[in-house]
Ligand binder design. Structure first.
Ligand SMILES: Nc1ncnc2c1ncn2[C@@H]1O[C@H](COP(=O)(O)OP(=O)(O)OP(=O)(O)O)[C@@H](O)[C@H]1O
Length: 256
C-alpha cells in the first residue's frame, strides 16, 4: 500500500523557556491511502496537535511530513497540496460553525481557496443540493443559521463543508464526541459511507474505543506525546502489547 501521508521524526514544542511543553516526541508513521487510521490516547497526549500539523494549523518544531511525496511544511510554511485536498471536521459543531453565516455560505466557504473555474464547477447549485441531501439535510436548510439545528445536524453541515472541495484526506477530531449516542451512530455510519463513495482517507481522533473499533482499520496509541503502539485495530484490541494500551483499554471498557 502507498502512504498518502508519511510522518518522519516529528517533534512539537509549545511555549518558550520555562513554560515549555513537548506535545509530540519523535513520531514517525505512515497513513495509507484509503485507510482509516485511529488515534487514541488520554487527554493531553498530543492527538489534536498531530491533527493540527496535518491540516496546517501548527508547524512542527522539527521533523518532516510528506503528502503524496511532497513536503507539507517547509521552514514553518504550510505547503498546501492542492487547495481543498486536506479537510477537517472538529468535535464541536457549535463553535466550529460561524453563527452569523447561513448554512449555504458555511458549506461553500472552503471553495474560496480554489481557482475561479474550479470554484464555479464545485459550487454549482446542483452539486450543492446533491451534497446537502447526501449528508441527510434538506435543501431548505441552506437558508438557515447554525443555531436552528440540533448537534447531529450541525455536524452534518460540517461534514458537507469538508466534502465540498472533494478532498482526499480528512482529519476527524472527535467528530461525534459531543453527540448523543443514537445520533453518534448515524453520523459514524454516514462518515463510513462517504469514505467508500469518495475514496477518502481518514485520520480519526477519538477517546472512545468502541468508536475506534467500529471505524478504524489501524490504530495508533499515543501516550505523553509518543506513539507507544500502532497496528491493525483488531489485533491491538485483542492483544495489546504495551502496558499503557492495556491500561487504556481496561479503563475505557469500564466506561463504555
Ligand atoms: N496552543 C498551545 N499552546 C500551549 N500548549 C498547548 C497548545 N495546544 C496544546 N497544548 C498542550 O500540548 C499537549 C497536547 O495537547 P493536545 O490538545 O494535542 O492533546 P489531546 O490528546 O488532543 O488532548 P484532548 O483529548 O484533551 O483534546 C497538552 O499538554 C496541551 O496542554
Amino acid at each position: 500500500m502507498t502512504p498518502l501521508v508519511q510522518i518522519n521524526h516529528i517533534n512539537k514544542i509549545y511555549g518558550k523557556r520555562k513554560a515549555v511543553i513537548q506535545a509530540i516526541k519523535d513520531i514517525s508513521l505512515p497513513i495509507y491511502e484509503g485507510e482509516t487510521l485511529g488515534l487514541v490516547g488520554e487527554s493531553g497526549s498530543g492527538k489534536s496537535t498531530l491533527g493540527k500539523l496535518l491540516i496546517g494549523l501548527e508547524p512542527p518544531t522539527s521533523g518532516d511530513i510528506s503528502y503524496r511525496n511532497n513536503l507539507l511544511w517547509k521552514k514553518k510554511r504550510f505547503m498546501r497540496p492542492s487547495p481543498g485536498e486536506i479537510q477537517t471536521v472538529f468535535q464541536d459543531p457549535q463553535s466550529s460553525l460561524d453563527p452569523r453565516m447561513r448554512v449555504k455560505q458555511i458549506i461553500l466557504e472552503p471553495l474560496n481557496a480554489l481557482p475561479d473555474q474550479e470554484r464555479k464547477v464545485k459550487g454549482s447549485l446542483e452539486r450543492l443540493h446533491t451534497l446537502v441531501k447526501r449528508v441527510g439535510l434538506k435543501i431548505e436548510h441552506l437558508e438557515r443559521y447554525p443555531h436552528e439545528f440540533s448537534g447531529g445536524q450541525r455536524q452534518r453541515i460540517a461534514i458537507a463543508r469538508a466534502l465540498v472541495t472533494e478532498p482526499s484526506f480528512i482529519v476527524l477530531d472527535e467528530p461525534t464526541s459531543a453527540l448523543d449516542v443514537s445520533v453518534q451512530a448515524q453520523v459514524l455510519n454516514l462518515l463510513k459511507e462517504l469514505k467508500q463513495e469518495n475514496q477518502l482517507t481518514y485520520l480519526f481522533i477519538s477517546h472512545n474505543m468502541s468508536v475506534i473499533r467500529y471505524m478504524c482499520d489501524r490504530m495508533a496509541v499515543m501516550y505523553k506525546g509518543e506513539i507507544v503502539e500502532i497496528g491493525e485495530t483488531k489485533s491491538i484490541l485483542n492483544n495489546p502489547k504495551h502496558d499503557y494500551t492495556k491500561m487504556l483499554l481496561s479503563s475505557m471498557l469500564k466506561v463504555n
